[in-house]
Each structure stands twice: as structure tokens, then as C-alpha cells.
Design a protein around this ligand. Structure first.
Ligand code: NAD
Length: 258
């Protein structure tokens, strides 16, 4: 155990949901953690500290390249250059293309895609130098297949998988890997907002809206858990995964198999 002892992991958007679960699984393996995101950072810091690892928090807004640069400098100064980079911060907006607010498009592309370009370009030099590194991009089934009313999100997640492949190729002769994970429905605040909105629109209970959502797309009719995604990231950081490069791992209860 503690297979990642001494490594520094930066997980963007890790104050809640999937990011916090990924940070927790990495911390359970001994990695020191830099957290990022909005909301209750103190609770997230406490949760990670309970694993007995070093933990820092930086509140960079991932839509702002200058703040991303400041966060990368802070991480290196506090805990050493980033060994494991998890690009997880993400937002969503649901609207038909012709009604999609242009400013929401820009924000979704900036946070879900462009931020990963900036963190990666800034993390790669030290990873190359040490000939070890892991970059994991949290994409989505929407990086592999589309859904109506999610134009910016689908475009950003498809782009993120493209970026993953290019990074993997450029790093192929080094000990640095880059892969994407593609969750289906995971029960997090992001998804609960959508379920609650749907329940309001249709005048049904939250439980009914949740049942409909799962039965439409996810053949297992069950949520993926954030912990399962964290365990997959730990696996991608392990020696067994050193030749997994440029892959997009769907963890989706069978969604894209249909
Ligand atoms: P969440 O809303 O619980 O967490 C999102 C995190 O990103 C939070 O920590 C939030 O503070 C942070 N964040 C948002 N905007 C930010 C910004 N501008 N700068 C810095 N941090 C910011 O959502 P989640 O469901 O845990 O989503 C995490 C990732 O997983 C996202 O990339 C999302 O697209 C992806 N994903 C989620 C699901 C799902 O079903 N929940 C499915 C597939 C993919």
C-alpha cells in the first residue's frame, strides 16, 4: 500500500464531487495533494489531511490562465513539482444550440478544455525531466457520444479526449502517460442540479426524475460512484498502467455500448 508516497498530485475542481473522491483515493495511497475549486475548501482540506498526507489548497479560477500559472507555481513551491495532474474541474449548461448563451459556451470551453491545456503545458517540463508523470483528464461519455442540448459540454469533452491523445503521443517515449476517463452518470452536485431542474420542469419527484434519467442512458440503471473513478485514477498511476497511453476509459454502466 501507499504506492504513491512522496508524489505530488494536483486535482483541479477537487472541493466536491468526483475531484474530491479522486484526491481522497490518491491520498489514501500516500500522495501529497493540492486541492483546487470553489465552495467549502476547509472541509475538503480536512478530509484529505485525515489520510496523514500533506495538503494545500489554491483557489485558482480555471477559466483564468494567469491564475492557473500562479497555482502551478504555488504547488511546486509548497509540495514540489506536480507528478500527478488530474484535470477535473468542469461546468455544464443545458440549452438548445440556437438558445445557448455565448458567454456560457466560452466559460465551458475555458474550464472544461482550455484549462487542461494550460495545466498540462506547465506540468510537462518537470515530468519530462524526472521521466515520470501521470496526466488524467476527466472527460465524460459526452467526449465519446453526444446528447441534445449540451453543445458546449460535448464539444469541450470531445476536445479534451483529442488533447489527451496528442499529449500521449508527444510523451510516448518518456515515463509520462496521459489518459482520459469518461464517466456516465455519477451522483454529484453537478448531476443533482440537472435532476432537480428536470423534476421541476416535469412536475415529478426528484426520485422519479432520477429514475428516468438513469433508465434513458445508463443500462445498469445505477450511478457510477466517484470512489470507483478515484480507484481507476490510482490504477492509471500504477506501474501496471505504464503502457496505457492516450486511452479514453468509459466508466458508464454500459452507456456507450448501446
Ligand atoms: P461538481 O460540481 O461536484 O464539481 C466540480 C468542481 O469543479 C467543484 O470543485 C467546483 O468548485 C470546481 N469548479 C467549477 N468551476 C471552476 C472554476 N472556474 N475554477 C476552479 N474550479 C471550478 O461536479 P462533478 O460532477 O464532480 O464533476 C467533476 C468532473 O467530472 C467535471 O469535469 C464533469 O464534467 C465530469 N463528469 C461528471 C459526471 C457526473 O455524472 N457527475 C459525468 C461525467 C463527467
Amino acid at each position: 500500500m501507499h504506492t504513491l508516497k512522496g508524489k505530488t498530485a494536483l486535482v483541479t475542481g477537487s472541493t466536491s464531487g468526483i475531484g474530491l473522491a479522486i484526491a481522497s483515493e490518491l491520498a489514501s495511497q500516500g500522495a501529497n495533494i493540492v486541492l483546487n475549486g470553489f465552495g467549502d475548501a476547509d472541509a475538503a482540506v480536512k478530509q484529505i489531511a485525515s489520510y496523514g498526507v500533506a495538503v494545500r489548497y489554491h483557489g485558482a479560477d480555471m477559466s483564468q490562465p494567469a491564475e492557473i500559472e500562479a497555482m502551478m507555481r504555488y504547488a511546486a513551491a509548497e509540495l514540489g513539482a506536480v507528478d500527478i495532474l488530474v484535470n477535473n474541474a468542469g461546468i455544464q449548461h443545458v440549452a438548445a444550440l440556437e438558445h445557448f448563451p455565448p458567454e456560457r459556451w466560452d466559460a465551458i470551453i475555458a474550464i472544461n478544455l482550455t484549462a487542461a491545456f494550460h495545466t498540462s503545458r506547465l506540468a510537462i517540463p518537470a515530468m519530462r525531466e524526472r521521466n515520470w508523470g501521470r496526466i488524467v483528464n476527466v472527460a465524460s461519455v459526452h467526449g465519446l457520444v453526444a446528447s441534445r442540448q449540451k453543445s458546449a459540454y460535448v464539444a469541450a469533452k470531445h476536445g479534451l479526449i483529442g488533447l489527451t491523445k496528442v499529449a500521449a503521443l508527444e510523451l510516448a517515449e518518456t515515463g509520462v502517460t496521459c489518459n482520459a476517463i469518461c464517466p456516465g452518470w455519477v451522483r454529484t452536485p453537478l448531476v443533482m442540479e440537472q435532476i432537480e431542474a428536470r423534476a421541476r420542469e416535469e412536475g415529478v419527484s426528484v426520485q422519479e426524475a432520477q429514475r428516468e434519467l438513469l433508465s434513458e442512458k445508463q443500462p445498469s440503471h445505477d450511478f457510477v460512484t466517484a470512489e470507483q473513478l478515484g480507484q481507476l485514477v490510482v490504477f492509471l498511476c500504477s506501474p501496471a498502467a505504464s503502457q496505457i497511453r492516450g486511452a479514453a476509459w468509459n466508466v458508464d454502466g454500459g452507456w456507450v455500448a448501446q
